[in-house]
Design a protein around this ligand. Structure first.
Ligand code: DX5
Ligand code: ZN
Length: 214
């Protein structure tokens, strides 16, 4: 079944602990944590200090999405803070698998994310190192943007890489996910749906999560 990862960027940070408990009860599968540095993306969010505090109050796996320059300087801090999945951007690491290997050897799951205009073929050789491929369906940087439908082609290509190469990474999609776009993403072969704005504005989050799964 398709998994659901709420993006905490859309949560009420003054009531974060209550919101996380509500998400657990609502049956979500992972928590998606968006780390932004004001360099790789023109926005700032939070750092390892908050990730660690979140990890202390939940058993949900933490899916940490690093939208940062120089991730090599910071991955250890996110791993120590309790990241289960640690995702870096292809636009930052290029075709070099070193960081992905480091994440895996630290015992976490390694993810690669690409913005909507990336050519997935340029990163083909990295897929053998991946536990997660995070397709951006908006340009990284802000919640609440509109889903870019063209990226479904990246999802389909990732599905075919996985089949051709006999790999077993998961495919996640991030940005502008609502009930309509979730259905398109599921059809294209997505395993994990990241949802922020639409999920946190749902009247009944548990019901919304079940509907996202289809
Ligand atoms: C965008 C982030 C997303 C985003 C998802 O840079 O990576 O995780 O916050 O939020 P919505 O669902 O609001 O697009
Ligand atoms: Zn994200």
């Amino acid at each position: 079944m398709t998994k659901v990862a709420p993006s905490l960027l859309a949560a009420d940070f003054m009531h974060l602990a209550e919101q996380i408990i509500e998400l657990e009860k609502a049956g979500c599968d992972l928590l998606h944590l968006d780390i932004m540095d004001g360099h790789f993306v023109p926005n700032l969010s939070f750092g390892p200090f908050i990730v660690k505090q979140i990890n202390a109050i939940t058993d949900l796996p933490l899916d940490v999405h690093l939208m940062i320059a120089n991730p090599e300087k910071y991955i250890d801090r996110y791993l120590d803070a309790g990241a289960d999945y640690l995702t870096v951007h292809g636009e930052v690491i290029g075709a070099d698998p070193t960081l992905l290997k480091q994440i895996k050897s630290a015992g976490a799951k390694a993810g690669l994310s690409l913005n909507p205009d990336a050519d997935i073929m340029d990163y083909r050789d990295l897929f053998v190192h991946l536990d997660l491929f995070l397709v951006m369906s908006v340009y990284a940087g802000f919640g609440g943007q509109k889903f870019i439908e063209n990226v479904l082609e990246q999802v389909r290509k990732a599905v075919s890489f996985r089949d051709e190469m006999g790999l077993d990474f998961k495919i996640s999609i991030d940005g502008g996910i609502n009930l309509k776009t979730a259905a398109l993403a599921r059809q294209a072969g997505v395993d994990i749906l990241v949802a922020g704005t639409a999920l946190f504005s749902a009247a009944d989050i548990g019901h919304f999560i079940r509907e996202l799964r289809g």
